[in-house]
Design a protein around this ligand. Sequence first.
Ligand SMILES: Nc1ncnc2c1ncn2[C@@H]1O[C@H](COP(=O)(O)OP(=O)(O)OP(=O)(O)O)[C@@H](O)[C@H]1O
Ligand SMILES: [Mg+2]
Length: 407
Amino acid sequence: MPLAAVKTQADPDSAPAPRAEIGYTALRTLSLTGFRNHAGLRLDLSGGPVVLAGENGSGKTNILEAVSLLTPGRGLRSARTEALFQMRDGVRIAPQWAVAAQVNGVFGPVDLGTGCEATLDDDAKPGSLRRKVRVNGATAPSQSALAEHLAAVWVTPAMNQLFLDGGAARRRFLDRLVYAVDPAHAGRVTAYEKALRDRSKLLKESGPHGADQAWLDALEAQIAERGVAVTAARLDLTARLARVAAIGFGPFPGAEVSLEGVVEDWLVQGAALTAEDAFRAMLAEGRVLDAQSGGAAVGPHRSDLKVRHLAKGAPAEQCSTGEQKALLLALVLAHARLLTAETGTAPILLLDEVAAHLDGAKRTALFEAVLAHGAQTWMTGTDASVFDPLGEAAERFRVENAAVTPV
Ligand SMILES: Nc1ncnc2c1ncn2[C@@H]1O[C@H](COP(=O)(O)OP(=O)(O)OP(=O)(O)O)[C@@H](O)[C@H]1O
Ligand SMILES: [Mg+2]
């Protein structure tokens, strides 16, 4: 759809229409308390695209990070809970941080909240604090509960390295895409990682021969079962995504995507139960080496998402910086189109510092996609005028030293 056609759908004389319909995922309010540089912030939102513009260090990315924490995981900076408390001179100055939002969720309106409390004189050790989650005012047993209501996918400057870094960042990226189609995946990944950690701890503390063998067997059975389930969900999404991503989107390139790994090979060749048996046998055989290395030599924690630029016939890591960014956005947009076509719902998009760095044709295509996207898109930038082509449909805020004012 050309951008002009999208713009004419909005009446320029009226405020953005509230978008509360089922299937359109959006935050309608966002409140932050003691969160990074935001002592207290409340935004009331129409549901349309949100633009946050302001100087470096004003607090734009922090707001996107807060939104990202309304989904399972450590958010778009992979931050530890301790780092999220408002601090001054490296000292925690807020007894709690909290993020709350009224959301048009996948199944309708829902109040989501997350946060953490700690006494100010409590010297929180890394990993000692856990963030809590609330859904409609009730404490949820785990972060996974958030995935039932809201999915978010983000593109940040740190992800410029996504195709160059090790596989962990690409696995996290893929898992986030899976959460949006399969909310149970978040719990599955957590359960797999926990079983893996428990086995490593046991092997480290008692050694491969000294450890209780029945306990080791049981942990390896859990790892195999959960690991195969994680891999199956990733493979399923990758195959569906591959068909859409191959087509590209206007100036955004077509991409070939595939998932590589040992468990993937077993699953492609045979049934899930056979893959589980093979995985369990390999874990049992690998105890001595795994006890030395402190991990596990095989498993979905070693899988890798491979991406190729189809028109160039080159792997993503050999493409230019701009081409890699275009590939990443192409994947995110393909995922959004896939979900909209399959389920009628789409994840919220958090695009940190994306628009300003695109050439004109890609920026126009991105804005078209944002306006047609079946969920709210949040965008940041230092130059507000970059977002002018979005017209009246977007809500704009100026961020200045943590103060946020509608424009
Ligand atoms: N825990 C914290 N407590 C207080 N301030 C913090 C905390 N963590 C980060 N900050 C500060 O928050 C400020 C805003 O950071 P943020 O990344 O949101 O800025 P930004 O508007 O996205 O800037 P840029 O345009 O450079 O990306 C920074 O000055 C940073 O030092
Ligand atoms: Mg920023």
